[in-house]
Write a protein that binds this ligand. Sequence first.
Ligand code: SF4
Length: 330
Amino acid sequence: MTKLIDSYNRSIDYLRISITDRCNLRCTYCMPSDGIPLMNPDNILRYEELLRIIKICASHGITRVRFTGGEPLVRKGVVDFIKNIAGIKGIEDLSLTTNGVLLKDYAMPLKNAGLNRVNVSLDSLKKDRFQKITRADNLEDVLKGLDESEKIGLSPVKVNVVAIRGFNDDEILDFALMTKEKPYHVRFIEYMPFDVEAGWQKEKCITAMEIKDVIEKHEKLMPLDSSKNRTGPARRYKFSNAVGEVGFISPVSDHFCGSCNRLRLTADGKLRTCLFSDDEIDVKKALREGASDKEIENLLFNAVRKKPERHYINDNIFKKCSRTMSLIGG
Ligand code: SF4
């Protein structure tokens, strides 16, 4: 097997796939209030096309696949699709990133289909503030979705919190203390420059270390060996008598590009080698023009060869992406 190794000698074994541009929420930092113009359904990769691409990727060392969106659970047939992926030789880990609104009803079917674990994006535990961020009133549904996922054995159940200064930084401790009672992995993600409306401001970004300091004013966190059970870039900790853990992801203040192992596929069939780079390779066009598996493999290897060394958020040359987060899938 020829593995995917980029020009910085990083082994690429993780594919994040956005399976839809649609979402049932309108989060302020991700979508304008009236949403974004939806893609023509014909432009979206069909499940059989995705299956073919994933098989080719698996034959070159991709072992982990994550499904994202928009909101992946709004796409019809997602459970059967995941069942088909679970059967692909070489794929060892299947995960999903969701806003959790539909999760309560999908958790068990997803688990039975072969999904291993779930990440739920949640930026507030306050009903009114949740409504303000998402422009919807579904906090209860999300919390029930978390509970159900834990109950039926999706593991770990991760809660992704984007901490924004002056917005939800007063809830940092509440989120961290969830891990005392719940086996959740609460991960604080630094605020990245994808904001569509207000425009990202660096001063609103709270660094991972600042977030940790806020928590440790209350109680010390014990470091966990982040190299063990490594399922992401988070630095992991836990409170002494907690069942869950707290993690910090610092793409802005202390990036982890040196160990980047990921490739992204957008819902409209573009391979992106970096979250922050607009360099894309159009796989859908090749597929629909009748490309052979060999030709698709060549596109894959070309993409990996061009993978940038890192992002340039903190550099003057940084240019915001042309896509919103909902069109990349995080
Ligand atoms: S910013 Fe780009 S290179 Fe860095 S970790 Fe993310 S995807 Fe990888």
